[in-house]
Design a protein around this ligand. Structure first.
Ligand SMILES: *[C@@H]1O[C@H](CO)[C@@H](O)[C@H](O)[C@H]1NC(C)=O
Length: 386
């Protein structure tokens, strides 16, 4: 039993090791992904195991499918006619160690689109084998830049921007000795050159006086670029002294303007008041004059009215000269009377008015109206006596 077990073990070992037979080979490519930097060149190499001469083999380098030919070497020369247009003029087959079964391909001017799975394919007249490997394209962008602008009344907006990253970088806001801050807004867009432009913003309380950093990290290279900003008191002071100053300045300006306006107004008002006063005086004089005229007219009207009124009660009165006060002058027809200054020597009569300046009519009336009216400055009173 023992020798059988040993022979089984030997068989298993030989199967597991799978030593290639005559003319057979294994292609070994890069075990780890190859990191290629944008704009630079990369060399990817594949070798045969065992290290047999590959001079008379065909070596193809291609992307995911065999039609995506990156480079083709065969029968001791390069064949460029089937090469993918995007690799034209950018590849060089390195065959200095081809006799030892080791070849390499140099790709110049690496672009983001070069990233992906590659295959190196070896084919001899009797055998073929291939190896697959990965190319990672990367680049770190510009140092981030923080732009600070006042947000709403109580906060400020900080925007961190950076460009030229590949692949998509990680953006982080950090507070000094504090936790990560969640961005309020973040965009990562691919620009024309295939690289990422990142923009991330946070809003911070104006009074937080935070020391913050914007960190952009290339995850492939574990490289990060950071910009730190310290929001000092002078940037957003508590009460915004400039604003207060400006307000004070404005108030002063307004106050000054008010004073000047008042001064001008007062002067103007004084002038206009004087003018007005003069005007009013004139108007007053005019009104006084008019009042006088009206009063005169009124008097006349009153007089006329009185006369008119009196005439309604007109009677053909014949005065009794024997009753006339000696100061009254009675016309010869005894129809009218006139007041005089001169005392007339008249025959003494019992019925004559001595003290009162009156005269009686000869007739007697039943109605007793009492009429008085002003004629100029004189008062006439007619009394009809029963
Ligand atoms: C060829 O082999 C030599 C010696 O091992 C080495 O220095 C050189 O880099 C190799 N060339 C390529 C293209 O791999």
């Amino acid at each position: 039993m023992q020798p059988f077990c040993v022979s089984i073990r030997t068989l298993l070992l030989s199967v597991l090791l799978s030593r290639p037979g005559e003319g057979q080979f294994q292609v070994i490519g890069p075990r780890e992904p190859v990191v290629a930097f944008v704009g630079e060149e990369v060399v990817v190499s594949c070798h045969l195991n065992p290290s047999i001469d590959a001079q008379n083999m065909e070596v193809r380098w291609y992307r995911n499918d065999p039609s995506g030919l990156v480079h083709y070497y065969g029968t001791s020369q390069d064949h460029m006619d089937q090469q993918m247009p995007e690799y034209q003029g950018r590849t060089k087959f390195l065959k200095e160690n081809i006799t030892k079964g080791l070849v390499a391909l140099r790709i110049h001017h690496i672009r983001p689109s070069d990233e992906g799975e590659y295959v190196c394919f070896f084919e001899s007249s009797t055998f073929y084998n291939k190896a697959q490997f990965k190319v990672l394209v990367t680049v770190s962008g510009t140092a981030p830049h923080i732009h600070i602008e006042p947000g709403n009344r109580m906060d400020m907006k900080m925007t961190c921007t950076s460009t030229g990253w590949y692949p998509e970088p990680e953006v982080q806001w950090r507070e000094l000795q504090g936790p990560h801050l969640a961005p309020a807004f973040e965009t990562k867009k691919i620009e024309e050159n295939g690289l990422f432009h990142v923009e991330s913003s946070i809003t911070a309380d104006k009074n937080s006086r935070a020391d913050v950093s914007c960190v952009i990290r290339n995850l492939i290279l574990s490289v990060e670029k950071e910009v730190h900003v310290s929001v000092a008191d002078t940037l957003f002071p508590e009460d915004c002294p400039w604003a207060v100053g400006f307000a004070v300045f404005l108030s002063l300006l307004a106050f000054g303007a008010t004073i000047s306006v008042l001064f001008v107004c007062t002067r103007k008002a004084k002038g206009s008041l004087k003018k007005k006063h003069g005007k009013l005086r004139k108007e007053y004089e005019l009104l006084r004059e008019q009042k006088g005229n009206i009063e005169k007219k009124n008097g006349k009207l009153h007089e006329e009215l009185g006369l008119k009124y009196a005439r309604r009660y007109a009677e053909n009165v014949t005065l009794d000269p024997d009753t006339a006060n000696p100061y009254l002058q009675i016309t010869d027809d005894n129809k009218s009377v006139k007041g005089g200054d001169t005392f007339q020597e008249l025959p003494k009569r019992r019925q004559r008015f001595d003290n009162l300046v009156c005269v009686l009519g000869q007739q007697i009336f039943s109605k007793v109206p009492n009429i008085s009216f002003v004629n100029g400055q004189e008062l006439f009173e007619l009394n009809y006596m029963m």
